[in-house]
Design a binder for this molecule. Structure first.
Ligand SMILES: [Zn+2]
Length: 347
């Protein structure tokens, strides 16, 4: 018996070819709606009718060039009756979810697929309460944990660097104290790097929660996420003079324009407005600083795909990235506090 993922579905003609080891042509990598990902909820329902269908689809995303043993790297394998992959080289039995975001989840994959469809098909995402209601989860905490797991997959570890012309600035987010005087009332400084395309439109964004405002970590962040040689526009703060140390061409705002920074740095200003609107609308402001970086990842995931009219493509990308993301057990998600649920539990 071959170990190529199952193939008696109409949708996987293209997938079928790569599964049997045909060379993947670069131009063929672009996923196509209706073939590689479902275009509508109706298609979603008809493709993923059971665990088997979900498992085979996930296997295609995880091993697009065919099975590869996580232990010895062999590509030869057998399928077991319980849907595992058994390596012919070393005998290791592995499931398609082992070592992925779905590692040791006792919930059926079909429920995970439904959650991912729900999260990606809503333009602004969904709150934990919304997900709980949509999927009928018994507990709010389960929905909260699922969303946080999915956020861990929203920004690729090996993501591409920003390039061309980038506007770099810092903004402030939040500052609600949860009713506690002197509580988490400090506003969070968010470093925003956004591409300005030749067309004048905005390109991709990267966001970072800074420790303190106006500090050197803005420059370090730029060095991490922007390609050397990029032209970076800033408000001309002193710290940005260090950008040239990293091979960037720094274009500070001329002093005579410094009083109208929104006009000079419109990209970060717009991103900041959208971020504030999103956290206020979908999340009701209630984000703890501890979890904020992952909400920034979700915002980035959505912003960078905002022009995609194919919501199914977002489903495909998030599932693909989840298959390529390490497990994140609940204890890690809540940072050991056990009670830091950061969205409202009553509305
Ligand atoms: Zn092996």
């Amino acid at each position: 018996m071959s170990c190529a993922p199952g193939r008696n579905r109409t949708y996987d003609l293209h997938i079928r070819l790569s599964a049997v080891g045909w060379p993947v042509v670069a131009g063929d990598l672009r996923p196509v709606g209706g073939r590689d990902y479902p275009r509508t909820y109706q298609e979603f329902r008809s493709w993923f009718t059971d665990e088997w269908a979900c498992r085979e689809y996930l296997a295609e995303l995880r091993w697009p060039h065919g099975f590869s043993c996580p232990d010895c790297g062999s590509g030869d394998c057998w399928r077991t009756g319980t849907g595992l992959w058994m390596c012919s080289g070393c005998g290791l039995k592995t499931s398609v979810t082992a070592g992925t975001l779905f590692h040791r989840s006792h919930t059926p994959l079909s429920t995970w697929f439904a959650a991912i469809w729900f999260v990606t098909s809503q333009k602004n995402g969904v709150s934990a309460r919304g997900l709980q209601e949509a999927l009928g989860f018994g507990s709010y905490e389960t929905a909260w944990a699922w969303l946080h797991k999915l956020r861990r997959a929203m920004v690729r570890p090996a993501r591409e660097l920003l390039s061309g012309v980038v506007e770099l600035d810092q903004s402030f987010l939040g500052g609600r104290s949860h009713g506690k005087p002197g509580g988490a009332s400090k506003k969070a400084p968010i470093t925003i790097a956004v591409e300005r395309l030749a067309s004048g439109r905005l390109g991709r964004v990267r966001l970072d929660l800074a420790e303190v405002p106006n500090a050197m970590d803005q420059v370090e962040f730029a060095a991490e996420v922007i390609a050397p040689g990029t032209e970076i526009h800033t408000d001309g703060a002193l710290v940005f003079t260090r950008l040239s140390d990293h091979g960037f061409t720094h274009r500070p705002t001329p002093g005579y324009l410094a009083n109208d920074l929104d006009a000079v740095m419109p990209g970060p200003h717009l991103v900041s407005s959208l971020l504030k609107r999103w956290t206020a609308g979908t999340l009701h402001h209630r984000i703890s600083r501890q979890h904020l970086p992952y909400y920034l990842d979700e915002f980035t995931f959505r912003f960078n795909r905002r022009t995609s009219r194919a919501r199914g493509l977002l489903f495909y990308r998030l599932l693909q990235q989840a298959a390529d993301t390490d497990p994140h057990p609940l204890s890690e998600l809540i940072g050991g506090t056990g009670s830091d649920w950061d969205e409202p539990r009553d509305d």
